[in-house]
Design a protein around this ligand. Structure first.
Ligand code: PMP
Length: 980
């Protein structure tokens, strides 16, 4: 169709007057219509496509309500029809244009790949519920791009003249037809888009926004569609790693099953092969069609990369990328080795348990590596050792030869075996019954030298291998593949340095789940970024060697690997600090250090009460761990003496202590105590309060139940307004009384007996809001008048942090009935407590035993006591007062010239700085707070924010900071606020 006819058609049938231009398309003419009312796509179809178009309409209608991504919306014709007669047996429809550019024309970032996976999964999820029963014959039409019809491509492979290319394509088709296809067919089927290639994905402002062209819809397992999306993003250097992000993105939205992951790589290869065959098929029919040639160079270059990697290893790597253990049978083999009655023999020096051992540190951190046999022998001799042991999962810098580097790839440096160093000629024995799988003399410099691989089988028929490398050449004499070997049978002797291509005499002993087509080039070391995969592929050989001192040194993974692992093996509901996430590796005093040596002043961590890694806390923990740790069912001075010491920091009658392990647990126990004592259930809480993460406590935490994902306020709970004298509903002097009146009237609406009122004395999650003066006393009185108990949550603010007082409630001249304490109690060790009156503690004696496995164990108690001691010895409460006042005065001073500082408040070292856009309106300065936190991080200071508008800096540093640290903070604050 000519441009002019397209323009006329758009105007006459659809009422869209504009300019027409051609768009690329594989099968049908497509036109871009640009009019004053926007941009549209006019698509022209043959009558033969009508039922296909009906399915497209169903699919697109089901996707109309997608919030996260866009798909084309229909623009009805003037006649209100979606499809109109365009004359000459053709039909036309109009779709809204999705603004942006095609993926193929934009730069690809890793974040795009994750979004692409999410996009395909989101579309699949919607399409899964489209009922296409009556369209099955159309969907299953003969169609070369349908992976399920792979058989139909076979004849056309002959169209490929390039013999090398033909070989790769054949290999992929054969593998699919002979082994993978039946597994694909067995998966559940649904309607899928089947063409998320880079010309069908729309990117806008650096984000993936939509998917277009629904002309290839088929009825197939959804994994076929993901494979298509992956096929167009492959990088020949490491095709599998290049699609991790896409697969993860999909898995995030809609979990991929192990059965789907098993066929994914082969389906990706199939798509690449299909593209090559289809191009040859179509070019044969239409040699001048340029569009058909698109992407062929790319795919032809990829084929050798795809067929040269093991499809099984690729499968394991993709499993790992989704958080499944890489090798699906590794767990079974490890369990079998841990429990089998089969004879497991010593590999060297039986009985190995009696051999005197030393460990060689070949890690990259060790600058004095004993590398020559003379040096190792000298170390062994000095220690009187029979054998020296080289570690498993050690990141080594001894693999200097080219052998460990593949062009353009990361070097392999992490050891997957255990090395047993002993003089050349030392006998080597088979660990288990098995048979010879392969043997070979690997003569490259620093390769394996003469080696033997045995194959073994578990009681359930799962096969795995043991590898013995660096043997003497004579060890290979008389071997044959398949030869039966008995556990404990001598199979070899250790080779000399000459035979072993540069290595000192030792046996490299490795467990291997699958040799993955490695032939005799079996990897004994892996790239550190693939360590989780290889840990599963090559489990710790100590399952066999059973060296009690251990062999695994857990090489330090790259930060990127940790980030990827965290996404899949920890819940994504766990958040990370800062826009630029950090790997923090150590802490000392008020400072934290990242992996690259970056030093940060920590003004956020009120858990490390005495500073990070306080030597007296570390020593107390170490000493008690070396002596005893048990549960609390024995007399033990630590817990008893510590309980007395802790109780003596409280006013009468608070004197009975229950030890627990976290603030949440403390609040849960506080609730149980209150319920048992009052036999009531009703609760009063403050707006924006947070008291912990467990079910019972989420119910009394408006910060959570009214926040994102929250389920709203439970029936037994009433929320009183936060007594914020700065910007709450009542302000300034006298507001405490008004808030107390609000509290009393809210309490009246409870409609059931009151159990307790719980609050902090400075509401931290509300944005470090000190309770308006006078409020707490009156609220306690109202609570008690209604028969309820008063619970003070001191988890954040207690233990001297207030400066003027040891506990927060003391600032308000009240005595609670129950106090919960957490974070600072163990200065970094999980320790928490509930302190109450003898009367309430008595009510808890109901016959039901209170048992808490870890609460108040001897180690925790030793630590807790040390923390109390250090607070006294280092005069930390006084420090909190003077340094806190110095800090607040400094911010006040800055506030004279910086308008965005709205309020500075708090007590001791628990301070809030509230930012506003201007002081008049008090509108929250959310952006300035966020930018300041990032600025401070870049400048070596950790800050964080809270409050409903996230516009309050919460400053609650370790209690040891001095004025020097405050000056660092004030300097960053000033520079930050002046520059952002
Ligand atoms: N109460 C308050 C006031 C808290 O801030 C927190 C934790 N932020 C908790 C209780 C819960 O403590 P944990 O996280 O140790 O369970």
């Amino acid at each position: 169709m000519e441009l002019e006819s397209a323009r006329e058609l758009a105007e006459s049938k659809f009422g869209i007057k504009g300019k027409a231009s051609s768009l690329a398309g594989e099968r049908n003419p497509n036109f871009l219509i640009e009019s004053d009312s926007g941009q549209f796509v006019l698509k022209i179809h043959d009558a033969s496509e009508l039922s296909q178009l009906e399915i497209q309409q169903l699919a697109l209608t089901s996707l109309e309500s997608l919030a996260s991504f866009q798909t084309p919306n229909f623009v009805p014709a003037k006649s209100n029809q979606l499809l109109v007669d365009a004359g000459n047996g053709k039909f036309a429809r109009m779709l809204a244009w999705i603004p942006g550019e095609l993926w193929s024309a934009s730069e690809t970032a890793e974040s795009h790949k994750i979004a692409l996976g999410r996009l395909i999964a989101t579309v699949d999820h919607e399409l899964a519920s489209v009922d296409v029963t009556k369209y099955r014959s159309v969907l299953d039409r003969p169609f070369g791009w349908n992976a399920l019809q792979v058989q139909s491509l076979v004849d056309d492979v002959e169209l490929i003249k390039n013999a090398e290319l033909k070989k790769h394509v054949k290999l992929i088709l054969d593998r699919m037809i002979n082994s993978t296809l039946s597994k694909v067919i067995a998966l559940p089927h649904q309607l899928i888009h089947n063409d998320a290639n880079d010309n069908n994905v729309v990117v806008h402002d650096g984000s993936v926004v939509g998917l277009i062209d629904f002309g290839d819809l088929i009825y197939a397992p959804r994994i076929c569609g993901l494979a298509v999306g992956c096929a167009y993003q492959l990088d020949a250097r490491d095709p599998v790693a290049s699609i991790y992000a896409i697969v993860r993105g999909y898995h995030e939205v809609s979990a991929l099953s192990p059965a789907e992951l098993e066929v994914l790589f082969d389906l990706i290869c199939l798509r690449v092969a299909t593209s090559v065959v289809m191009a040859h098929r179509q070019l044969a029919a239409d040699p001048d069609n340029e569009y058909l040639g698109v992407s062929q160079d790319f795919f032809q270059a990829l084929l050798p990369a795809l067929t040269s990697v093991s499809d099984r290893l690729s499968h394991y790597r993709l499993r790992n990328a989704c958080g499944y253990e890489a090798h699906p049978d590794s767990r079974h083999v490890r369990q079998w080795l841990a429990t089998t009655d089969a004879k497991i023999s010593d590999v060297v020096m039986p009985p190995f348990a009696n051999a005197k051992k030393i460990w060689l540190d070949w890690s990259s951190e060790n600058k004095n590596i004993a590398r020559s046999w003379e040096a190792i022998e000298a170390e062994m001799h000095a220690a009187g050792a029979d054998v020296a042991i080289g570690h498993y999962c050690e990141d080594r810098n001894v693999y200097e030869s080219d052998f460990f580097v593949d062009e353009g790839k990361e070097s392999r440096t992490v050891h997957l075996a255990v090395d047993l160093f002993a003089p050349a000629g030392t006998p080597v024995y088979a660990a288990l019954d098995g048979k010879v799988f392969l043997f070979h003399d690997n003569t490259d410099h620093l390769d394996n030298g003469p080696m033997i691989v045995l194959e073994h089988e578990t009681d359930q028929g799962v096969k795995f291998h043991t590898l013995y490398a660096h043997l003497s050449r004579a060890s290979l004499d008389g071997l044959s593949v398949g030869k039966e070997i008995k556990s404990g049978q001598q199979i070899a002797t250790m080779g000399t340095e000459e035979v072993n291509v540069g290595w000192p005499p030792h046996t490299h002993f490795q467990l291997i789940m699958d040799l993955c087509d490695m032939a005799h080039d079996i990897w004994g070391v892996a790239a550190i970024s693939e360590l989780p995969v290889w840990r599963s592929m090559c489990p710790n050989p100590n399952l066999i060697l059973r060296i009690p001192e251990g062999t695994d040194v857990h090489a330090h993974m790259k930060t990127e690997t940790l980030a990827q692992e965290r996404e899949v093996v920890l819940s994504r509901a766990l958040s990370l600090n800062f826009q630029k996430h950090l790997e923090i590796v150590s802490g000392k005093g008020a400072y934290l250090y990242d992996r690259d040596g970056g030093k940060y002043l920590d003004l956020v961590n009120n858990v490390a009460h005495l500073g990070h890694s306080h030597p007296r806390v570390v020593a107390a923990a170490h000493k008690q761990m070396l002596t005893l740790n048990t549960n609390t069912r024995y007399w033990n001075q630590n817990a008893i003496e510590y309980a007395r010491a802790l109780a003596s920091t409280f006013p009468d009658p608070l004197s009975v202590v229950f030890f627990v392990n976290s603030g949440s647990e403390a609040n849960d126990l506080a609730l149980r105590l209150a319920r048992t004592h009052t036999k009531a259930n009703g609760m009063m809480v403050l707006e924006h309060a947070y008291h912990g993460h467990i079910t019972s406590i989420i119910d009394i935490s408006p910060y959570k139940f009214n926040g994102p994902g929250g389920q709203g306020c439970p029936d037994h709970v009433r929320v009183a307004p936060i007594p914020d004298a700065y910007k709450g509903i009542h302000r300034g002097e006298g507001s405490g009384d008004k808030y107390a009146a609000d509290f009393a009237s809210t309490l009246k609406t409870l409609g059931q007996p009151l159990c307790a009122f719980i609050s902090e004395s400075i509401v931290s999650s509300g944005g470090q809001v000190p309770l308006a003066p006078g409020f707490l006393k009156q609220a306690f009185a109202a609570t008690r008048a209604a028969g309820g108990l008063c619970i003070s949550d001191e988890v954040q603010i207690g233990m001297g942090r207030m400066g003027k007082s040891f506990w927060g409630f003391e600032l308000h001249d009240v005595v609670p009935d129950i106090v919960s304490i957490g974070k600072p109690l163990g200065s970094g060790h999980p320790l928490a407590a509930v302190v109450t009156t003898p009367e309430i503690a008595n009510s808890f004696i109901t016959g039901m035993e209170y048992f808490n496995t870890f609460g108040g164990n001897p180690v925790s108690a030793a630590i807790g006591q040390t923390v109390l001691d250090v607070i006294v010895d280092e005069a930390l409460q006084r420090n909190a007062l003077t340094v806190g006042n110095y800090l607040m005065a400094g911010v006040h001073e800055l506030g004279k010239s910086i308008e965005t500082i709205g309020d500075v408040r708090g007590s001791g070292l628990f301070i809030g700085v509230e930012f506003v856009t201007d002081r008049e309106s008090q509108s929250p300065g959310t952006k300035v707070t966020k930018d300041l936190i990032e600025f401070a991080r870049e400048n070596g200071v950790f800050l964080s924010s809270d409050g409903p508008a996230d516009n309050v800096l919460k400053i609650k540093p370790p209690m040891i900071i001095g004025t020097k640290e405050v000056d660092i903070f004030l300097d960053v604050l000033e520079r930050g606020l002046k520059s952002i």
